[in-house]
Write a protein that binds this ligand. Structure first.
Ligand SMILES: Nc1nc2c(ncn2[C@@H]2O[C@H](COP(=O)(O)OP(=O)(O)O)[C@@H](O)[C@H]2O)c(=O)[nH]1
Ligand SMILES: [Mg+2]
Length: 315
């Protein structure tokens, strides 16, 4: 992968481990939740709606003995448009580049065709050790633990497996220990204070999209894109942000604005609080909604909105 910056401070222990850990799975199994939990902050937005994550995001966890670089990926699914194709390709590309793959599944249900397909993809593309993490154990009745676990374990040849809950915390530390144990020895690739490869500007746009996802349903969340057009410090305790929310239809614009502008106001207030927590200043947030017909099917629009694949690079 890119951006490798070979730091080798004297004080690192000789058996220091490091590498890229691709977290892959179908939409909505908890990939972003798990990564945020390890980092103790929100790098990736989370929602109960599938296909929330659209880009590859790095979450960098630096410990005295290891640097774990989580690669959060979009859920692998059958794409319905160019945006979906971009998302799936982004996730698939993370697999051969990883030093460890965490295959995350929702153990509260039995495997679906999507899980089976992803297991095949991993078998085909991955030379690294694969850890099976059976998430959402908090939702599983005791009688189902054994049959569900067996069903997922039979999908592939896993270096190890673990029942976890990303939200409640069960076995989260144990999974991290397993991940570190399977990483190769190596230096830190990123400075210890760096937590992600994403700019605050991108995360701000994502936090706005997250607030939109919280308040919209059916097709609307999928038709939304957010672009931050201005991001400026105005004095020591004020950041000015102007962002545009794109939707595909007039009716969706109406929903987002709401009666008397109430919906947009609420979205703005919620997003502003989250952005303030991230940037550490007060935020003045200006939101506008614009219709951009069929942007999810338009290659040029996708590129403008940041949904473009980088050229393939070999490590
Ligand atoms: N009950 C329960 N819910 C979870 C757990 N992990 C994630 N979730 C929920 O599952 C939904 C999808 O999570 P998200 O991280 O966006 O999934 P992703 O699409 O795989 O990145 C959210 O509503 C999370 O709160 C878990 O361990 N237990
Ligand atoms: Mg996600």
């Amino acid at each position: 992968m890119d951006d490798r910056d070979y730091l080798l401070p004297e004080e690192l222990p000789p058996d220091h481990r490091s590498g890229f850990v691709a977290v892959v799975g179908k939409p909505n199994v908890g990939k972003s939740t798990l990564m945020n939990a390890y980092l103790g902050q929100k790098i990736a937005i989370v929602s109960e709606k599938p296909q929330t994550t659209r880009n590859r995001l790095l979450g960098i966890l630096t410990r005295p003995n290891a640097q774990v670089i989580f690669v959060d990926t979009p859920g692998i699914h059958s794409p319905q448009h160019k945006l979906g194709e971009f998302m799936v390709e982004t996730a698939v590309r993370a697999i051969p580049d990883a030093d460890v793959v965490v295959f995350l599944v929702d153990v509260s249900t039995t495997p679906t065709d999507e899980d089976i397909r992803i297991a095949e993809l991993i078998r085909e593309k991955c030379r690294a050790p694969v850890l099976l993490a059976l998430n959402k154990i908090d939702l599983l009745s005791p009688a189902d633990v054994q049959p569900h676990t067996e069903a997922y374990r039979s999908l592939g040849d896993f270096a190890d497996w673990l029942l976890i809950s990303a939200t409640r915390g069960d076995n989260r530390d144990e999974l991290l220990d397993l991940i570190i144990a399977h990483l190769p020895e190596g230096p830190r690739y990123y400075p210890e204070e760096q937590v992600t490869d994403q700019q605050e500007r991108f995360i701000a746009a994502e936090l706005i999209r997250e607030a939109v996802l919280r308040h919209t349903h059916q097709e609307v969340p999928h038709a939304v894109a957010v672009m931050v057009e201005e991001f400026k410090e105005r004095g020591p305790d004020m950041t000015y942000i102007a962002a545009r929310i794109f939707v595909e239809r007039n009716s969706q614009k109406g929903i987002l604005i709401g009666q008397g502008g109430r919906m947009l106001k609420r979205i703005g207030q919620e997003a502003r609080k989250e952005i303030e927590a991230m940037v550490g200043t007060r935020v003045y947030l200006e939101l506008r909604v614009k219709v951009k017909k069929k942007w999810r099917r338009d290659e040029r629009e996708l590129r403008r909105l940041g949904y473009a694949l980088p050229k393939k690079k070999r490590r």
